[in-house]
Design a protein around this ligand. Structure first.
Ligand code: SF4
Length: 304
């Protein structure tokens, strides 16, 4: 039986209440630069924590999505016209926030010929130009499998290509009806083939079975996905899919061990983990590990 009432939320899902000076600073900046954040639009439970740490995930290409995923709180409808001044405002916000690691995402813009990829590319370049030392992680839609749009984004040179598979193949029709599991895998695989660090996320507690999750993990490892995040699905409104079960922190811990044993470079797995949650720490860790293993490989070669 799906769980539905808010009262039954377990204690481990209690998040920090939004507020404080750092939170207010991020809020003012987002408003002043006329930006959207997925933190607000997707009702993320971590806003109190992330914004108090002075970080937020900026969402470009408007606040209205052309898709209607069963789990997502972002509004569906006809998006506004493209805002070509947005990349500069995003770059400015990243500079003022002083982000060492910027996560940028967007709504799906299936209404645009290029899926929004040109704005994506301009945003990456503008952020890079204004913030040369900042790592840029892009959490992108699937561009309906138009790979020239993916290439346009990759050509702009992000540091991490993030694309969420969200759930197991069987649940795609309900959870992300306009997406395809295989298409998402292909996107990650193509980015990897071009040498990018790849990252994806799965929600648990939306109806998946253990074997199905394990199979997804194995699919992702087979295409050499670097970073995996797993978190609890939370129903944003009664119009969205119900929560199937509350996944315990212990089970999340087991998925982390399983992911690492299978071969992911990094796995973040806990009830409140979201794709962009503590992404700065994940990437710093990941990049450091990569460097360490590269230098140990180099020293082995020197010894031989
Ligand atoms: S986890 Fe991501 S979406 Fe949620 S508040 Fe933090 S930065 Fe925003």
């Amino acid at each position: 039986m799906p769980v539905s009432s808010e009262e039954r939320k377990p204690a481990w899902l209690k998040a920090k209440i939004p507020g404080g000076p750092a939170y207010a600073k991020v809020k003012t900046l987002v408003d002043k630069n006329a930006l959207h954040t997925v933190c607000q639009s997707a009702h993320c439970p971590n806003m109190g924590e992330c914004w108090s740490r002075g970080t937020a995930t900026i969402m470009i290409l408007g606040n209205t999505c052309t898709r209607s995923c069963g789990f997502c709180a972002v509004d569906t409808g006809k998006p506004p016209t493209t805002d070509w001044a947005e990349p500069a405002r995003v770059a400015d916000a990243v500079r003022i926030m002083g982000l060492k690691h910027a996560v940028i995402t967007s709504v799906a813009r299936d209404d645009l010929k290029d899926g929004g990829s040109e704005i994506w590319a301009r945003t990456i370049r503008a952020v890079r130009h204004a913030n040369p030392g900042t790592h840029i992680e892009v959490l992108i839609p699937d561009f309906k499998g138009h790979w020239e749009d993916l290439d346009r984004v990759l050509d702009a040179g992000p540091d991490i290509l993030n694309h969420n598979v969200e759930t197991v193949p069987r649940l795609h029709k309900q959870v992300r009806p306009q997406a395809k599991y295989e298409r998402s895998l292909e996107m990650l695989q193509r980015a990897k083939a071009r040498g990018f660090v790849t990252k994806t996320s799965i929600m648990l507690g939306i109806g998946e079975l253990e074997d199905e999750v394990d199979l997804v993990l194995r699919d992702l490892v087979a295409i050499e996905t670097d970073i995996l995040t797993l978190g609890q699905y939370l129903r944003p409104t009664p119009q969205h899919l119900p929560v199937d079960r509350w996944v315990t922190p212990e089970e999340f811990g087991r998925w982390k061990e399983r992911g690492l044993a299978l071969g992911f470079g990094m796995v973040e797995s806990a009830p409140l983990v979201r794709s962009s949650y503590h992404a700065d720490e994940q990437s710093a860790h990941y990049i450091m590990n990569k460097r360490q293993s590269r230098s140990s490989m180099e020293s082995q070669v020197a010894v031989v």
